[in-house]
Design a protein around this ligand. Structure first.
Ligand code: APR
Length: 181
């Protein structure tokens, strides 16, 4: 599913984020920027050790924020390491922190003059954020950013790993589009 926001296409696809031919890919990282499983493991494996070498001196990253490295052997130029909330730990602050992780990533993407970026579904794996709650927050935050900030972005692609995740985002985007017409 796709929608157009000004000059930018917001697209939802099922796939592997490490394979995306975009200027920046976003990683679902932890506060230590220490690597892990899920998207994080896949990005470090596919991009090679230089990504971790660049992460080490960054001194971690607070929840709800993001930091950039280059992307090693990946097709992308940058990896934006975003730290989403742990659902059971951040509780009532979780929605705000999740939105902030997307916003911070987009601000860095714009600062780096990227024209295209791919996001995974932040926090909905190991961090256990329920999909039906996370998907609308992700899409509303991205949409709001694209409408309100100056940017040259032409493509924001959500790369969803499995059918269940793709369906949750499809439903959320449909509802969001209906509510805005
Ligand atoms: N491409 C796209 N999406 C992927 C990929 C991939 N290659 N691999 C996994 N996913 C999906 C998962 O299926 C889930 O829907 O990304 C979503 C986010 O899951 P996680 O990677 O577990 O991210 P998160 O919930 O934010 O947890 C972050 O997990 O691996 C650790 O170091 C990471 O501690 C951090 C935590």
């Amino acid at each position: 599913m796709k929608t157009q926001i000004g000059d930018c296409t917001l697209e939802l696809i099922q796939g592997d984020i490490t394979q995306q031919n975009v200027d920046a890919i976003v990683n679902a990282a932890n506060t230590g920027l220490a690597g892990g499983g899920g998207v994080d493991g896949a990005i470090h494996r596919a991009g090679g050790p230089s990504i971790m070498e660049e992460c080490r001196p960054l001194g971690g990253c607070p929840t709800g924020q993001a930091k950039a490295t280059t992307a090693g052997t990946l097709k992308a130029k940058y990896v934006i390491h975003a730290v989403g909330p742990v659902y059971d730990m951040h509780l009532q602050r979780a929605p705000q922190l999740l939105a902030s992780a997307y916003q911070s990533s987009l601000l860095i993407v714009v600062e780096k003059e990227c024209r295209s970026v791919a996001f995974p579904s932040l926090s909905t794996g190991a961090y256990r954020y329920p999909l039906h709650e996370a998907a609308p927050i992700a899409l509303e935050t991205i949409t709001e950013f694209l409408r309100s900030q100056l940017h040259d972005l032409q493509l924001v692609r959500m790369v969803l790993f499995d059918t269940k995740t793709l369906n949750a985002y499809d439903n959320a985007l449909r509802k969001l589009s209906q509510s805005q017409h």
